[in-house]
Design a protein around this ligand. Structure first.
Ligand code: GLN
Ligand code: ZN
Length: 713
């Protein structure tokens, strides 16, 4: 695409944080004991070892506010940070050998420490700062000796609220790096937000270039220019690395030209706002997209072309890129004025919203009595989170149907048989509240997106989620509206097979928003309210069809939390309002469930309480119910189902261990409010694992009911 300096080493076999940890030999003892080498050891840390006892994989957690998961390095305080695997050097040599101008890129030292898990009570990972810095210094010296002019160190933690110790760590670390490897130039990259009070700190470091995310933090540019030390290059991230819309090139070029008037142009780099890991690779193969919408989009390859074009515009003047700029301006204008985007009816409904639509008729205490009478559930009711195994056969049949090899009728028959199987299994196991199993859903967001107006889908728009798992986020390009009921028929069929209550299963508005590419021509909040209205209509239709328990999943609510404390209040307010708008159209007697996972819930307990679901199921087995303390006492008054077993492993949990976990839960949650369920949906498991696991889970509940001998009411 004409990019002049190529970051290298940011391609990873599994994850770039693990890559940094692995380079510096941050291998926990339990993996060393396996006597594996190279790539086998690397994958053992990421994915575990089949049948290997005591070799739990490293934890995985969300990368800032993205849907990408990184591997969390574990530190004990004994680590030496010796550079045992100099992959950055090898990659540099390979790239340079091919004649490219390569800039080795990797996670920076302070972010590495910050993002690791320090397993030593009362001590900060900064305890390791000196050794960590020494390790990086060695790396920089070797790169420099091999001929590298530049190195890129990513320090995204600079966009977070940092305490003084971490801010100081930056000063100490970068001063030493510059001293020990003076010949190599450091580009320090920040992204996902403005630096705010950390901007002055970053500009004072002994570095040669600072990359700024100007999509998320346009406001920091003026100050960055004003306070720029003479030697410091600014790398301007004006092309959005987190979203798929074309850049408004004239506007971006205007910003760049302004910068070039007040600082030397040779001190300007141009780049995407962040890594392109978060967008699909290439728009070229997307032939099925509506051409009108396609013309508004830019994926990874197109974004590089945009960077390159902006560079030419700056270096050679606007005339040199006139026709490209005009073409871009036409696309930007076409999107702005397109008839596809705006829907009058949706806008009117939102304008007429009132607060009474955000509250259920009665408070939970009243509702829960009505629901109990209607559902006649035992103490410690058992349920699951929604999905059952998406078997090989199920995926094959779906693919055949999509390719036209299977008729819609035959596919539907097949799904009905899957649902019937799921219901029969659950009856056999004697679960209390059943689910239909979500066999008809490829993905919990894509399924709804495909049925809603305002969404577009790509064929190959895959984005890495973790390891070899990718997701294909839908694109929300216009006002969202529901054409017709989306889940009622499947639910009705499932309920017709059994006397036990079957949950209606919906994905919540915040999660649909969070896991899609969202339009950038209105606030995210507004799009979320539109989604909430659509889900609300669905809950009412389910209820009218006779559904007595409805679950609205919001696993992504936590990850949407802004990175800075000061910004969280507003988000929590509208996110909770959206959930409440989606869920408050139903009557008291209908029991509302929600589910969350993948996160630490401590900092959003109040938000969870404000969502006012009758029951929440949470991932918690891995943390041994630790997180429940946040829900103890007055913090949370509704029912709660802390997961009693981990669903990401094929292991079948024993009844006794689940009893033990439930006993821990009972220390903080009264029995009358406790539910029994797994951590999350079971779609990645096999039936051979699911049936014994759930059988043991139900036994655990039955055993405890005997011991507890408390009245359900
Ligand atoms: N109902 C969904 C399922 O069971 C929830 C998935 C999730 O929490 N990520 O698959
Ligand atoms: Zn989940």
């Amino acid at each position: 695409a004409g990019i002049e300096q190529l970051p290298a080493g940011d391609f990873s076999l599994y994850d770039h944080v693990l890559d940094a940890a692995f380079a510096f030999d941050l291998v926990p003892a339990r993996f060393r004991a396996l006597n594996l080498n190279g790539i086998d050891l690397y994958f053992a840390m990421a994915r575990g070892v089949a049948g290997g006892r005591g070799t739990e994989t490293l934890e995985m957690t969300k990368w800032f506010d993205t849907n990408y998961h990184y591997i969390v390095p574990e530190l004990t305080g004994e680590e030496e940070f010796s550079l045992t695997r100099n992959t950055p050097l090898e990659i540099y040599q390979e790239g340079a050998g091919l004649g490219f101008n390569v800039r080795p890129a990797m996670l920076g030292p302070v972010s590495l420490l910050y993002l690791s898990k320090f397993k030593r009570d009362g001590k900060s990972p900064l305890h390791l700062l000196e050794r960590c810095t020494a390790g990086y210094a060695t790396l920089l010296k070797r790169l420099s000796a091999a001929g590298a002019d530049w190195v890129q160190l990513d320090e995204p933690v600079l966009v977070l609220d940092l305490d003084e110790d971490f801010r100081n760590a930056f000063r100490i670390c970068y001063e030493r790096l510059a001293k020990e490897a003076p010949a190599i130039k450091i580009l320090l990259a920040t992204y996902f937000g403005p630096l705010r009070e950390n901007l002055a700190l970053a500009q004072s470091l002994s570095i040669n270039a600072l990359h700024l995310d100007l999509v998320r933090g346009r406001e920091q540019l003026d100050e960055a220019i004003r306070n720029r030390p003479d030697h410091l290059t600014l790398s301007l991230g004006l092309v959005d690395g987190r979203n798929i819309w074309k850049t408004d090139l004239k506007r971006a070029l205007g910003t760049i030209e302004e910068a070039a008037r007040v600082m030397p142009p040779e001190r300007i780099f141009l780049a995407p706002s962040c890594s392109l890991l978060h967008v699909p690779v290439d728009l070229k193969g997307e032939t099925a997209l509506n051409p009108e919408i396609r013309n508004w989009l830019a994926f990874g390859v197109q974004k590089l072309e945009e960077v390159s074009l902006l560079t030419r515009g700056l270096n050679e003047g606007r005339d040199a890129v006139r026709s490209e700029l005009e073409e871009n301006a036409r696309a930007i204008e076409a999107r702005r004025s397109s008839g596809l985007v705006s829907k009058e009816a949706v806008r009117r409904r939102l304008a007429e919203l009132n607060d009474s639509q955000l509250i259920r008729t009665s408070p939970h205490a009243v509702r829960s009595r009505r629901q109990r009478d209607a559902l006649s559930l035992p103490l410690l009711p058992t349920t699951t989170i929604g999905s059952f195994p998406q078997t090989e056969q199920l995926r094959r049949e779906r693919l055949r149907w999509k390719k036209g090899e299977l008729t819609a009728g035959d596919y539907e028959q097949f799904i009905r048989r899957e649902i019937e199987h799921a219901i029969r299994c659950q009856e056999e196991i004697a679960l209390d509240v059943l689910v239909h199993g979500e066999a008809e859903r490829n993905d919990m967001v894509e399924y709804f997106g495909e049925l809603l107006e305002g969404f577009a889908f790509t064929e190959n728009g895959w984005v890495q989620s973790y390891g070899s798992r990718c997701v294909k986020p839908p694109i929300i390009y216009g006002d969202v509206a529901r054409r017709a009921p989306m889940t009622v028929d499947w639910w009705q069929f499932a309920q017709s097979l059994t006397d036990r209550a079957v949950k209606g299963m919906l994905t919540g508005p915040v999660t649909i928003l969070q896991w899609s590419f969202v339009r950038d021509d209105q606030p995210r909040r507004d799009t979320c309210f539109q989604l909430a209205l659509a889900i609300r209509d669905e809950t009412v239709d389910l209820e009218n069809a006779g559904c007595r328990v409805i679950q609205i999943d919001e696993p992504a609510l936590r990850e949407g939390l802004p990175l800075r404390k000061d910004d969280t209040g507003k988000y929590v307010q509208w996110a909770v309002d959206c959930f409440r708008l989606a869920s408050s159209g139903i009557q008291d007697v209908t029991q509302l469930h929600t589910h969350m996972c993948y996160a630490n819930f401590n900092d959003i307990v109040d938000a969870i309480a404000a969502m006012d679901a009758d029951v929440i199921s949470l991932e918690s087995a891995r943390s041994q119910m630790e997180l429940l303390h946040a829900f103890a006492g007055d913090h949370y008054a509704n029912d709660i189902g802390p997961g009693v077993y981990e669903v990401h492993s094929p292991r079948v949990p024993e009844t006794e261990e689940m009893i033990a976990l439930l006993e821990r839960a009972l220390q903080v949650i009264p029995a009358q409010r406790l539910w029994v369920n797994p951590d999350c949906g079971l779609k990645t498991r096999r039936w051979e694992e699911v049936i014994p696991s759930l059988t043991n889970m139900v036994s655990a509940a039955v055993e405890l009911r005997k011991i507890l001998n408390v009245d359900r009411n």
